[in-house]
Design a protein around this ligand. Structure first.
Ligand SMILES: [Zn+2]
Length: 156
């Protein structure tokens, strides 16, 4: 299958799942060694989960299939440019490459303004829309220090 075939699968998924009432018009597939190993579609409204974006759903499914927290060696095809949350999840999962179809400006045009979050990220904390305050940093650091010393930890 070609890259376009994989993307078409993501796009088809986005339409089918949207029509089935599962959520917004977004689909994603994860490919390893030329084969689709997992798929995901937006399920925010049907599962009452604001993090159930197509990419996150696909990443969770792929990690289950591989029984691994790393998706190194995999590529993601998503029907829309990833939002900041999904982009972060893609980095955490260590996917090799991202292919997307609709752009973030297309998403904004139909009411999904991911670009707004992209604009918040580089702002200083005190300038962000959601107030953010630091509390008990010293106490929290103690757990970090313990992690540093932990001898049987699994790094990821
Ligand atoms: Zn997302």
């Amino acid at each position: 299958m070609s890259r376009e075939d994989f993307m078409r699968q993501a796009i088809d998924l986005s339409g089918e799942r949207m029509r089935a009432g599962l959520g917004g018009p977004f689909g994603a597939v994860i490919v390893k060694d030329g084969k689709v190993i997992a798929e995901g579609s937006n399920q925010v409204t049907s599962t009452s989960d604001p993090t159930a974006h197509a990419e996150v759903v696909a990443i969770r499914a792929a990690c289950k299939v591989l029984d691994s927290f790393s998706l190194e060696g995999c590529e993601i095809y998503t029907s829309c440019e990833p939002c900041p949350m999904c982009l972060s999840a893609i980095y955490w999962a260590r996917l090799d490459r991202i292919f997307y179809a609709n752009g973030r400006e297309d998403a904004a045009a139909i009411g999904f303004d991911d670009d707004h979050i992209y604009q918040e990220i580089p702002k200083a904390l005190e300038l962000r829309e959601i107030p953010t305050e630091r509390l008990l940093a010293g106490e929290a650091w103690l757990v970090f220090a313990e992690w540093q010393e932990k001898t049987d930890k699994i790094m990821y």
